[in-house]
Design a protein around this ligand. Structure first.
Ligand code: ATP
Length: 337
């Protein structure tokens, strides 16, 4: 008998519960897995005063992977510690992977690239202070952090048969921190001679993403550049709702859509579930590779192909100009599997 994965699920805030429930309705019918809900996020905090249920982190530790919806970041009113950050730090999920593949007739440009974003360092160091009228944030890039994320990018390129990794930077201004990032990048590149390596300045990369077809193959980005450029790429693809992501560490990984809570459309049953479904397909592929279960890998790939066919067939939520509901889109993906 093969592995029966235990998958932790955080439904999240805003459109999170809608896109997660639609994805679960699909997953439950294509994989034999145990799903364990962990309650967390802003809605849970408002109800209970806790950002995450007691024992929640243990439930995550006892699972094989996490599928999650977006969790609201506290900005005003009663604040609570970021659940996203806690999970990222606890499991050292240092690699944030975001594939962007264009759809004919929907996307502004042809694109088939993967962003590999460093997920725990850079301007997200959490080291900020206000001294009088001077606010300072430390942008931390370590040799170890730069090296392991570069290694991750080249291994991904090798595994997926991709030709080139491009490091994104602003070394002309941030000579020390981006200098170190680039130095480690080329050091790691020298050990992977079958994959080409080059680099690009971040502002020029933003322009290139919207200006040309097939702008990059694999992009390696420090944390903040990855955050910003992935929304640019999602815009070129056609919708934030159409893109999935993985946060991966050495032992554990979390999978989620790249969009936020989309409060403006929450509760109406019209959020695009495809980003979450694509995240779920990445999860199955990751579990398949990690536990050498080709079966899971296969289901993940079929799910991704079914998403492409559903979009091609015009089963679209309003963000893509259609009038299908969240659940209708998930059903359409299932039918095409
Ligand atoms: P957060 O503060 O949680 O990041 P946000 O509103 O700043 O939220 P998003 O939630 O990503 O950012 O939303 C940006 C825009 O994209 C909104 O107009 C939203 O409606 C749209 N959007 C995001 N996700 C989806 C989705 N799954 N389906 C349809 N539209 C979406």
């Amino acid at each position: 008998m093969g592995l029966r994965p235990r998958i932790a699920v955080i439904r999240g805030d805003g459109v999170g519960p809608e896109v997660i429930d639609a994805t679960l309705s699909l997953l439950e019918r294509v994989v034999d897995a145990e799903f364990v809900e962990v309650r967390a996020g802003k809605a849970y905090f408002n109800e209970t005063g806790l950002p995450m249920e007691e024992g929640g982190m243990d439930k995550l530790r006892e699972s094989d992977a996490l599928l999650k919806g977006p969790i609201a970041t506290p900005t005003k009113g009663r604040s609570y510690p970021s659940v996203n950050l806690r999970i990222r730090r606890e499991f050292d999920l240092y690699a944030n992977i975001r594939p962007f593949k264009s759809y004919d007739g929907i996307s502004l440009r042809r694109m088939d690239l993967v962003m590999v974003r460093e997920n725990v360092e850079g301007l997200y160091s959490g080291e900020e202070e206000l001294r009088g009228d001077v606010a300072v944030t430390r942008r931390v890039i370590t040799r170890r952090g730069a090296r392991r994320i570069a290694e991750f990018a080249f291994r991904l390129a090798e595994r997926e048969g991709r030709a080139k990794v491009t490091a994104i930077h602003k070394k002309n201004v941030l000579k020390v921190s981006d200098g170190l990032f680039l130095e480690e990048f080329y050091h790691v590149a020298s050990k992977h001679p079958s994959v080409e390596a080059d680099d690009y300045i971040v502002d020029a990369a933003a322009y290139r993403l919207v200006k040309v077809d097939r702008p990059f193959d694999v992009m390696l980005l420090p944390n903040l550049y990855g955050d910003i450029l992935s929304d640019v790429a999602a815009g070129v693809i056609g919708s934030l709702g159409l893109c999935g992501s993985a946060q991966i560490g050495d032992e554990y990984a979390a999978f989620e859509p790249i969009h936020g809570t989309a409060e403006d459309i929450a509760g109406r049953g019209i959020a695009n579930p495809l980003g979450t479904i694509l995240a779920a397909s990445m999860m199955l592929e990751w579990l398949g590779i990690k536990y050498r279960e080709g079966r899971l890998d296969d289901i993940g790939r079929k799910m991704r192909e079914a998403v492409e066919r559903a979009v091609k067939d015009g089963v679209l939520t309003p963000d893509l100009g259609g009038n299908a509901t969240t659940f209708e889109v998930a059903e359409a993906v299932l039918e095409r599997m």
